[in-house]
Design a protein around this ligand. Structure first.
Ligand code: NAP
Length: 336
């Protein structure tokens, strides 16, 4: 049996992550127990939310200990099985960790892939957790309707880019992104159908945003964090909705040093709502949304943007790049 190659946490991280914070290990695979199956991963993802678990302090998902395997989503096929519902050869997606193989009993985040004509990697991208985050953030929390003016932050990431494209497809009257200038901004406008993209590094960021959205924002889909939300609050329209999806600017900042949200008077005067999302709350609704998103992918309404590296050992660098604004962009995946 092939050895397990996996990445573990070498030391607690303070500030931005670096590849030295991780360790590559090769271990013998344990024997399967009754009701378990072993998956050979073909693609594994690097996800920014993982950062919140790597500092030794608690996060909503629970802190990892030194030596723990790192989280990631995988897609692959069952290579050995003692589970009647998961025969050898079955394609699955699951929370696999950064490893070439994963053992599962089918519970938790684990699903058999339906027979849809989409690239395998899409199951951990547009059709996986990032895509579903965009989908249920806009629908369940954002309550999107035709005519809404939608603003998406970290717009070129897999969550943000999907949110913008979905908003466009569902009849938003304006879709604006916040992202670094250059290739990201160009792709969002030319390929993903954003009306405008504003660079948050500009000294005139807020003025430029206000000019781009003179009538204000109905839905703010935020992937960045407190300071971003605080600055955009002034642009929210009456009855606006703020989807708190992620906090990529805050994950590396200790809790006590994170910026606060102070412009809260706008919640009263404009009857705003702000709600956090944990996409796994919508797990039962994934299959229907995935089938619709797959059709959009096939028709070209949704675009796949990926940065694929080779081998489990490439995942630490792929992960660290998520915290370097302006780095090459797209869903960060390792091909195994
Ligand atoms: N709530 C849920 O259930 C759920 C599920 C999955 C993911 N999420 C969250 O959704 C968010 C987006 O995920 P994703 O996979 O699509 O990642 P992502 O947006 O691609 O995250 C990486 C990008 O964040 C931007 N960034 C990094 N540091 C920044 C900073 N200090 N200020 C502003 N932007 C910064 C960079 O883009 P630029 O070059 O444009 O700056 C970078 O390329 C994440 O925060 C993730 O944790 C939430």
């Amino acid at each position: 049996m092939t050895q397990i190659s996996r990445i573990t946490l070498a030391r607690f991280i303070s500030g931005k992550p670096s590849p030295e914070d991780f360790r590559l290990e090769h271990v013998d695979p344990p024997a399967l127990k009754e009701g378990q199956f072993r998956v050979a991963n073909r693609f594994v993802s690097a996800d920014p939310g993982t950062r919140s678990r790597l500092s030794g302090s608690d996060s909503y998902a629970g802190a990892l200990k030194i030596g723990d395997p790192i989280d990631g989503f995988g897609v692959g096929h069952v290579m050995e099985s003692l589970h009647p519902d998961y025969p050898v050869g079955q394609l699955v997606t699951l929370g696999s960790g950064w490893a070439n193989q994963a053992i599962s009993n089918g519970r938790g985040y684990c699903a058999k892939l339906p027979d849809l004509d989409v690239p395998l990697s899409a199951w951990i991208g547009v059709l996986g957790v990032p895509g579903m985050t965009a989908w249920f953030g806009l629908t369940r929390i954002g309550q999107i309707k035709a005519g809404d003016r939608v603003l998406v932050t970290s717009a070129a990431g897999p969550v943000g880019a999907t949110a913008g494209q979905l908003a466009r497809a569902w009849g938003a009257s304006q879709v604006v992104g916040v992202a670094s200038a250059g290739a990201k901004s160009d792709w969002l406008k030319s390929e993903a159908g954003f009306d405008a993209v504003i660079d948050y590094n500009s000294p005139h960021f807020l003025e430029e945003l206000a000019q781009a959205m003179p009538e204000g924002v109905d839905i703010l889909f935020d992937n960045v964090g407190n300071a971003m939300i605080n600055s955009i609050l002034r642009l929210m329209r009456p009855f606006g909705r703020i989807v708190v999806s992620g906090q990529v600017a805050d994950y590396s900042v200790p809790l006590s040093q994170r910026p606060g949200i102070t412009n809260t008077d706008r919640f009263i005067t404009h009857r705003l709502k702000m709600e956090g999302l944990v996409v796994f709350d919508d797990l039962r609704a994934f299959p229907a949304a995935q089938a619709e998103a797959a059709a959009m992918l096939q028709s070209g309404q949704l675009k796949l943007k990926e940065v694929i590296s080779d081998g489990v050992e490439s995942l630490p660098a792929a992960f660290c790049a998520l915290f370097q604004p302006g780095a090459e962009f797209g869903r960060r995946l390792a091909r195994l």
